[in-house]
Write a protein that binds this ligand. Structure first.
Ligand SMILES: Cc1ncc(COP(=O)(O)O)c(C=O)c1O
Length: 383
């Protein structure tokens, strides 16, 4: 199989087999150089080049690029340091009240619900988590929890553990029918699965950079539907929150009339430059192309694992599968298998006694074939 991208874009990818994008993806080389260029400039020149004007405009191109990624308007994008930070600010802005509830799932990544839990602890709102049964979360079980008191439905587009993909339109319709906001954590999908925000069924979306976007730790984006953003006062504020950030008048805050109101402080700006390079790179390749490539890899992986009598815990049907494949082997210790694979320079994650494989577009069919060969051997030696 011809690699989708040149090795120069991921210089170390041939040194080992890396099937761990759901944890931290390999970083795109253009991202790495953008980050170090920015830090070198500030280290050597202080704010001579990264001056007040540059700092004020620093997120402009990410607004444009993330808007293309999610098919929304640049004015509806905010940049922050992590998905959790942006979601926390949003959760405090929405602040569901006593008597209201927030809905998610009991297999969601903690950061997708903890911000809501923290707000609920302060306001008296309650959190309701739909239960995963037999390694699968039935969408109807999320919908059944919704009632007229539901203020927010906040889910992860792709569950980090089993890779289940949720039907955003169906959940959004149900949430809106209940009068609730529909908020999506796209950290495990952006860059790997197309997301179309234009239809307006997503009220807000957060997304970190260091997984499927092949970007850095330290940068993230949030989309907020314009109808929602105008009514919100951000939970986190700082000098950047004022619409003319260099006014520096501590006596008042007038927020920008866009999602920028959620940008409040300095941050590791080099990481923002890196994220900019990564999103641009992903857009050039095309998310559809990446999704198709990853689908071929996981087809091969799933077929191979099934032949090895693995128990596949991820959905394998067309609509609900992603590039995350969780599996285990009866009679084998998953932790030991993950460690033995690592000894063979194959990197995967251990999640709740399962092996989580997460190949991405820098991987090839040869990577998957070699991984399956190693597993074949381990199933003999580790019995
Ligand atoms: C679904 C999901 N959301 C959020 C995060 C954490 O994002 P951040 O580190 O940007 O706060 C993770 C990390 O694994 C995740 O899987």
């Amino acid at each position: 199989m011809k690699p989708l991208v040149p090795t120069a874009d991921f210089p170390k990818r041939d040194d080992f087999i890396y099937l761990n994008a759901a944890n931290v993806a390999l970083m795109y080389e253009g991202c790495r150089t953008a980050i170090s260029d920015w830090y070198n400039d500030v280290a050597f020149n202080g704010s001579n080049n990264f001056n007040e004007l540059a700092e004020a405009d620093v997120f402009d191109s990410i607004h444009d690029l993330a808007a293309q990624l999610f098919n929304v308007n640049p004015t509806d994008i905010a940049v922050g340091s992590s998905a959790t930070e942006l979601l926390s600010s949003l959760a405090w802005a929405i602040a569901p009240k006593k008597g209201e509830n927030i809905i998610s799932t009991d297999i969601v990544f903690p950061s997708t619900v903890y911000p809501w839990q923290r707000v609920a602890n302060a306001t008296g709102a309650t959190l309701k988590l739909a239960q995963c049964k037999d390694d699968y979360l039935d969408l109807d079980d999320i919908v059944k929890l919704m009632d007229q008191q539901t203020a927010v439905v906040c889910i992860s587009h792709v569950e980090y553990g089993n890779g289940q993909v949720f039907d955003l339109k169906k959940l959004s319709d149900a949430a809106h029918e209940a009068g609730a906001l529909f908020i999506v954590d796209a950290t495990q999908s952006a860059g790997a699965i197309p997301i179309d925000g234009k239809t307006g069924f997503i009220d807000a979306l957060v997304c970190g950079a260091y997984k499927w976007l092949c970007g850095p730790f330290g940068a993230a984006v949030m989309y907020i539907n314009p109808e929602l953003q105008h009514n919100l006062e951000p939970g986190l504020v700082g000098f950047r929150s004022h619409k003319h950030m260099w006014d520096l008048d501590p006596g008042r805050i007038e927020y920008p009339d866009t999602a920028k109101k959620f940008e409040f402080s300095t941050m590791a700006f080099g990481c923002a430059r890196g994220l900019e390079a990564s999103i641009s790179y992903i857009l050039d390749i095309g998310v559809e192309t990446i999704c198709t490539h990853n689908r071929l890899l996981t087809d091969q992986l799933i077929a191979g694992l099934i032949k090895q009598n693995a128990r596949i815990l991820s959905p394998v049907n067309e609509k609900e599968r992603s590039a995350i494949v969780a599996a285990n082997f009866e009679g084998y210790d998953s932790a030991a298998l993950v460690q033995k694979l690592k000894d063979q320079q194959v990197f995967v994650s251990l999640r709740a006694d399962t092996i989580r494989f997460s190949p991405h577009f820098y991987n090839t069919k040869e990577d998957i074939g070699t991984t399956l060969d190693h597993i074949d051997q381990l199933l003999i030696t580790e019995k």
